[in-house]
Design a protein around this ligand. Sequence first.
Ligand code: DOR
Length: 439
Amino acid sequence: MSRYLISGGRVVDPASGRDGHADVLIAEGVVAGVAERIDAPDAERIDASGAVVAPAFVDMHAHLREPGREDEETIASASAAAACGGYSAICAMPNTDPVADSASVVEKVWRAGRAVGLVEVVAAGALSRNLEGHKLADLGEMAMSPARVRLFTDDGNGVQNSLLARRAMEYLAGFDAIYAEHCEDAALAAGGQMHEGERASVLGLRGIPAEAEEIMAARDIALAKLTGCRLHLLHVSTAGTVELVRRAKAEGAAVTAEATPHHFTLTDAALDGYDPNAKVNPPLRTGADRAAIVAGLADGTIDAIATDHAPHAPEEKDQELTYAPPGIAGLETALGLTITELVAPGHLTLMQAVARLASTPASILGLDGHGGPLAPGAPANVVVFDPHGSVTVDPARWASTARNTPFAGRVLTGRVLHTFFGGSETARDGAPLGAAVDA
Ligand code: DOR
């Protein structure tokens, strides 16, 4: 196995609190040393001067589309995209075909991820059978399968039945698993194409009110308090939800939350040209909602930045807005948007940004070896990025099969230079490298 000496970079490692210049030696798959100066003439030297060396990122929320829609993305192509984006672990959402609602499907996803070997693919399990919201899925069997599922969600759908939500939480609390909600009241959101507000009226499109999200977030927080279950709110999009999470945390509830780069970057103004690439669920909201998400990321109310990477086939996405499916592919733009929108304007420090991208999601998921600390003996899951380098978003060059992004052509600050997974280099300057680990 190769040895690498990453020299002269700024090590930013929230789990150890280290922020300063140091050399990092990677050998035998682990971090072999972090010190002001390391001599390792036999190692491949990577000059990281001007760059940041950090724990590789962990995405709590990605749609890999396999099994079922391998034309849109595969576990292999999503893994390559993740490596290019600086990730060492991604959590695969269960809305596949078949749905990941049984031990056999989650195990298949997990094994396929290991066979590709570019990132750790963490399988999420469905809460309800076939995501229908009627009967609980095989939660315990998925948790005890080799895939060791820790996060359960019907993402894509909110759980409409409050009794089912309660029962799922009671059950999951028994093994300290996470109930993760796509907060959306289906009746309030029905037929909606974008955020309900002035812009939707002007565009003549049916809206999804903020309350469709907030009502379910409030219900779930109440149920989490009742049951003692860990609750994670997916892709928070409204100021009201941010406030609900802030209050719940102040009261000591076991609630965590994530926000996506598109929700902290864009508003519903992105729909002005009826661009189907800006159609996403939950929808892009107002400037006030966006500002509340940024503030929530800054003060830690929102724990994690998650991509909600949602690849769609061009023939489906390139339709009139009303017919196009919702979703934005985000694995290869997350760092650039985080630096450009959050760090460069001074909303987050680099340390906070790395915490939201890497260490906090790793600790929520209980992913040992990911998210740092970058300490001797820890698996070498490491990213090197240039916080000042610029990249023009060009989906045609992505490792992902997907091309659906509203950011094409945008120049972003923040460039991933090297990603290491288990001590192997998995991507270099936007291009994936060969598979690393045995199946
Ligand atoms: O926009 C979205 N697309 N939101 C979701 O929750 C699901 C996702 C998908 O699967 O395409």
